[in-house]
Structure formats: structure tokens, C-alpha cells
Design a protein around this ligand. Structure first.
Ligand SMILES: O=C(O)c1ccccc1N[C@@H]1O[C@H](COP(=O)(O)O)[C@@H](O)[C@H]1O
Length: 211
């Protein structure tokens, strides 16, 4: 199981979260977000992959951030085309394409992305392109047609742990690669509560899930 902590902003907080050894840390390069990252990422252990989060950004903008911050992957939250995903994949970085879901989802939209991204991330459809802070109906994933591992995202917090434990026993979770944690673990936009993050991790470890 993988853990991704997203929406990091403050240097000391980044280092504190890094001590929890998440598999991924996300940095939001979407200027309209209250979690917009405009700082310097401190040196992190190699085990933590740095992921840039973008919304309908150009190839040039994304590549600029990848080079500047030595990102190992990108998470695309807008209407990015399969062609853009392919160009980014050619940079030899991980490409995570996001799709937002409410109560229903037409999974046929994934088809053109099957060969051009590494993972999907399913988030909740809301007013904002991400970080809306509420969950979607995970039952929708019963119809997931792909063999690609996906991240589950959208409003996941400590209150969701029981639902996650139930979800992980169901067949539709078979390809769930990990959980993306964001606004439900914050004391302020972009500032993560390490005690809460650790509680989340330890609760899953207590049920024999390994990270
Ligand atoms: O968090 C944001 O401000 C944000 C803005 C634009 C695109 C993505 C954003 N965050 C991502 O949204 C999901 C879900 O977050 P939440 O748990 O609902 O707060 C997560 O992947 C964040 O990385």
C-alpha cells in the first residue's frame, strides 16, 4: 500500500512529514490553489517521490517545474490530453492522470490514457479541480475496467479509516495502489498535521497493511 501526502507548502512541515516516510509527497503548481507551492523543496530521502500537481498547464510550464524541483512524477487534475501525457512520459517521469467522480462515472474515458500514464487517481468532483475535501461514492469503482493500479483520493481523513478497511476487503479495491491525503490532515492550507497523518498510517498498519 502506498501513501501520498499532497499539498505541501512549508519547508519545516515538509521535513516533519518526510519523517513519516510517505511514498509520495505532492506539490501543487496551480496558482489558484491556497496550497500553491512557490518555495524550495528541501532535500528528501530518495524513497519519497516528489510529485507535481498541475491543472491544464502547458508542457513547457510542467517541464519547467519538473526540472527546477527534480520531480519524479506529475499528477494531472485538468482536461489534459493523452498526447500531453505521452510527452510527459517521454521525460521518464511517472504520469498520474486524475479523473473526478461523484455518483457515477463513464470509465470508457480512460481508454485513450491506458498507454500513456502510469496510474490513475480518482478524486471527488467538486467546485474546485481538487482539494474539495469530500469523498465520492467508492462503489462506482466496482465497474473499474482497467488493469492499471489507481490511487484513491478525495476527502480522505481519519474518519474514513473504517470505510477504507471495509473497502480494502472488497474486490474493487484489488487495484487500489494507495491513498492520497490532503485537506483533511491540515491545520491550515498546505500545513499538515503529522500526528493525524501518523495515526492514519498506524491504523492501517495495525490491520496488517504495509507501506
Ligand atoms: O488541494 C488543492 O488545492 C488542489 C488544487 C488543484 C488540484 C488538486 C488539488 N489537490 C488534490 O486534490 C485531491 C483531493 O484532495 P482532498 O483530500 O479532497 O483535499 C488530492 O489528490 C490533492 O492532491
Amino acid at each position: 500500500m502506498k501513501l501520498k501526502v499532497c499539498g505541501m507548502k512549508n519547508e519545516n512541515n515538509i521535513l516533519d512529514v518526510a519523517d513519516l516516510n510517505p511514498n509520495y509527497m505532492g506539490f501543487i503548481f496551480y496558482e489558484k490553489s491556497s496550497r500553491y507551492f512557490n518555495g524550495v523543496i528541501p532535500e528528501l530521502p530518495e524513497s519519497i517521490k516528489k510529485i507535481g500537481v498541475f491543472v491544464n498547464a502547458t508542457f513547457e510550464y510542467i517541464k519547467g517545474k519538473v526540472d527546477k524541483h527534480d520531480l519524479q512524477g506529475v499528477q494531472l487534475h485538468g482536461q489534459e490530453t493523452p498526447e500531453l501525457c505521452q510527452r510527459l512520459k517521454d521525460l521518464d517521469i511517472a504520469v498520474i492522470k486524475v479523473f473526478s467522480i461523484k455518483n457515477q462515472f463513464d470509465f470508457s474515458v480512460l481508454e485513450p490514457y491506458e498507454d500513456v500514464c502510469d496510474n490513475y487517481l480518482f478524486d471527488t468532483k467538486g467546485k474546485e479541480p481538487g482539494g474539495n475535501g469530500y469523498t465520492f461514492n467508492w462503489n462506482v469503482l466496482k465497474s473499474y475496467p482497467s488493469s492499471k493500479p489507481y490511487f484513491l483520493s478525495g476527502g480522505i481523513g481519519l474518519n474514513e479509516v473504517d470505510a477504507i478497511l471495509l473497502f480494502l476487503k472488497r474486490p474493487e479495491s484489488y487495484l487500489c495502489f494507495g491513498f492520497d491525503l490532503n485537506s483533511k490532515f491540515e491545520t491550515a492550507a498546505g500545513l499538515k498535521d503529522t500526528t493525524k497523518l501518523n495515526d492514519f498510517k498506524q491504523k492501517l498498519i495495525a490491520h496488517n497493511y504495509e507501506f
